[in-house]
Design a protein around this ligand. Sequence first.
Ligand SMILES: *Cc1c(COP(=O)(O)O)cnc(C)c1O
Length: 383
Amino acid sequence: MKPIYLDYAATTPVDHRVLEAMSPYFTQHFGNPSSVHRFGQKADAGVEKARRTVAHHLGCQPSEVVFTSCGSESDNLALRGAALAARRDRDANHILTTSIEHHAVLHTAQQLRDVFGFELEFLPVDEYGRVDAASVAERLRPDTAIVSVMHANNEVGTLNPVAEIGAICREAGVPLHTDAVQGAAHLPVNVEEMNVDLLSIGAHKFYGPKGVGALYVRDGTRLLPSQTGGSQEFGLRAGTENVPYLVGMAEAFRLAQSEQIQRASHSQTLRDAIMARILEEIPHTQLTGHPTQRLPNHASFALKNVDGNLLISLLDARGFACSSGSACKTGNPEPSAVLLALGFSEEWAKGGLRVTVGKDTSLEEVEAFLDVVPEVVKKARGL
Ligand SMILES: *Cc1c(COP(=O)(O)O)cnc(C)c1O
């Protein structure tokens, strides 16, 4: 039997239409976009067309789109760049974020605290992993440098009320960053409607290549560059542009956003089937994340007294690829920090299961998966 991939929140294959758009930029239009001659102009035209496409689907100006090497770099540039600029410009030393951010945000915030001396404060999250906008209002201070709240959580799929939080930050004059690396793959991401100043995306979560991302930077938002050198990317990110990859990201983003409604409704049908059957057929199982305010392709669970990574290995042996959510090895399972933050006890938080479907996942594949999960969980519990 052909292995079945149900881990689209980890990464996706490159869409053949994306590969086609990239292809001429490897060999034919290989110039350096900074070169004055026609080879350079051709490459530069590809870069700027990609920038216009990404800007169009974010609802911003092309001059507000900074290309980076991945979603993680976008998060790093946003956090570190905004924090250091706010300290320089207005003596701001306070950072507000959540403890369930992707490590690209969380570890950057911790570095800003531990190495750079910023005061780091975590916003509370509810049992689904949601931030309440009122809790942001309570904690914002005149010396808050940056607020960062993720759009959609990668581990439990929950969506945050980013637009509401953004309205509060705007009123206080504090920039808001959102990590939309998951969200942009499945939902509209209009920066005006979302009231954000900084927004991260990464191509490989929406059928683009790995190793390329973008950061939306609202006009007027002060950032220190993540990488110094040449004047590429408005002086915020030096280095010769990865032309084929950002052409690919733009095409992948265009497709994700223009096919958003069809993809989301297809995924949601499968997601709902997964949630219903797993909760019904497997004892001692809880849904993690919000039941409805969640990514349309994302089902996640906590299974009591199961080693999540052992379960993933057993499922893999049966031909199904999913994720546990915690990044630890089998044998010595660590509870998921995200599930602990949501209030799950250790005996639940070690048994994370994340099943994420893609635009081409079929109902037959999902049913084949659902047919074997109960016995595999039983086996994992017995071992
Ligand atoms: C995947 C992911 C990232 C990191 O993106 P890369 O392109 O892999 O660096 C950041 N945040 C979230 C929410 C993600 O899902």
